[in-house]
Design a protein around this ligand. Structure first.
Ligand code: PMP
Length: 355
């Protein structure tokens, strides 16, 4: 047998959110993958279907229409952009371009479960810094964990799965203390859902610090999770490195077309995000009304920090809700349809609160 490299055996599994189990007479809801519950916009769908007609051709490897639209949106050069098969691909690209055996990557934990997977796959070593009791990044501890071996620091804001987001002030102060030869990745997968005082202004960070890399995705606010398209905004030298290591033709023609059409329909899509934020607020109020507490949610999900994760998931499942348990640590529930919110609150009302 040919063996994979030893570190490949160490790669932790990615546990995808499960679909709901059908229940007779009950509409079920998938709240397990932080997806956008709205169906595709007709304009986006029509553009994607048009792109399907050319499926015998390779996509535009230079993603030119997408880069043009993103450069306009963000006020950056097209040479500052690198697209990939979801923003998770950009995490792989970053780590493969900048890290190898012996290098360390500092990140909060619990955070996005793909981080330790991608770090281990790159042959690097992850340094997990526990989040605070209220689910926030412990930036002083992350600064202390950054050593001469550190190549990359991953910041996740809002943090998946715990929910809170970083402020601009604390992020600026953190980056000021990180050596300029360490990349600071700001994973903004849920940025469109943030409603807080002093939110991170990623582009301002990037203007002041060329070692900052912003990660964005079309999977959440833009509702294109199934098409797999995300991107990085970075200094031109970093974007060049990311494009160099990327899988050739990684972003399909359909994904590129749908992403461009989504940017053209941004107002409509962001109005849906506003509606989801209203739903998030209603969910938070409902959770508080039945005596539970969650860390401040700034994404499209809430986090229940409790050890009885299987019991919670089973109770939600009985009510037709698929949620995402992280065994023994907590349960993440995506914000979705109003009926799903009402059912979740009823589930909580019927459950024993953790003491
Ligand atoms: N970053 C974070 C924090 C996420 O939660 C996710 C998706 N769950 C991603 C990145 C990756 O999203 P995608 O690959 O769909 O763009």
């Amino acid at each position: 047998m040919v063996e994979p490299l030893p570190h490949v055996r160490e790669i932790p599994p990615y546990v995808p959110g499960k679909p709901p189990v059908a229940r007779a007479g009950l509409t079920t809801y998938k709240l397990s993958s932080n997806e956008n519950p709205y169906p595709p916009l007709p304009s986006v769908r029509a553009t994607a279907e048009q792109a399907v007609t050319a499926m015998n051709r390779y996509p535009d490897m230079g993603c030119s229409a997408l880069y043009d639209a993103l450069a306009t949106k963000h006020g950056v050069g097209t040479d500052q952009l690198a697209a990939g098969t979801g923003s998770v691909a950009l995490i792989y690209h970053l780590l493969s371009a900048y890290c190898g055996p012996g290098d360390e990557v500092v990140h909060a934990w619990r955070s996005f479960e793909a981080y330790p997977i991608a770090i281990t796959a790159a042959g690097a070593t992850g340094v997990k810094v526990p989040v605070t009791a209220d689910g926030r990044h412990d930036l002083p501890a992350m600064a202390a964990a950054t050593t001469e071996r550190t190549k990359v620091v991953l910041l996740c804001t809002p943090n998946n799965p715990t929910g809170p987001a970083l402020t601009h002030a604390e992020t600026t102060a953190f980056i000021a203390g990180v050596p300029a030869d360490v990349l600071v990745v700001v994973d903004e997968a849920y940025v469109e859902f943030v409603r807080m005082a002093d939110p991170v202004d990623g582009l301002a960070l990037l203007r002041d610090h060329p070692n900052v890399v912003l990660l964005r995705t079309f999977s959440k606010a833009y509702g294109l999770a199934g098409l797999r398209v995300g991107y990085a905004v970075a200094a031109p030298e970093v974007a060049t490195a990311l494009r160099a290591v990327a899988l050739p033709f990684g972003v399909s023609s359909v994904a590129q077309a749908a992403a461009v059409a989504s940017l053209a329909a941004e107002d409509e899509l962001l109005a849906r995000v506003d509606a989801l934020v209203v739903e998030r607020d209603r969910l938070v109020a409902g959770i508080a009304a039945v005596g539970w507490t969650v860390p401040e949610p700034q994404g499209n999900f809430v986090w229940f920090d409790l050890p009885q994760t299987d019991a919670f998931a089973a109770a939600a499942g009985e009510a037709g809700l698929a949620v995402r348990p992280f065994a023994g640590e907590g349960v993440r529930v995506s914000v979705g349809e109003p009926e799903a919110t009402d059912r979740l609150v009823e589930v909580l009302r019927g459950m024993k609160r953790p003491t």
